[in-house]
Design a protein around this ligand. Sequence first.
Ligand SMILES: [Zn+2]
Length: 155
Amino acid sequence: MKRAITLIAVHCTATVEGRPFTVESIRSMHKAQGWSDIGYHWLIGINGEVWAGRPEAVQGSHIKGHNRDSIGICYVGGIGRDGKAKDTRTPAQLAALKTLLEMKRAENPAAKIRGHRDMSPDADGDGKVEPHEWLKMCPCFDVVSWCKAQGIDPL
Ligand SMILES: [Zn+2]
């Protein structure tokens, strides 16, 4: 049975900018921690390569409490050379992410597009997930405003 997708979640690998990783290297890392496969459904390399990770028909392992109904997309990077969280997306990654999200938007019209950090618990219960509530910085940029700027409706 096809999974009903309600969330398209964007991640970063939390690796230092400029360091290349392939889908096989990330897959090996995730399997080494005991997972059946790479946790993400799609991976975008630093040169804009778009690799299929775990098949979309299979639940991923990328966002606690939201894996069942989501697709996980990850770009390689997210950490600056100073070790701090940073939007390290290269021009090729920006273009690849835009194209991939446009495709996933069309395939999943009811799904929200969010960053991993946007799915953190709303600790103070004011109806918004604010920066002080982020459990992680991932994916190190504001997915909702970036999507809107690209003409992609994040819902
Ligand atoms: Zn993440």
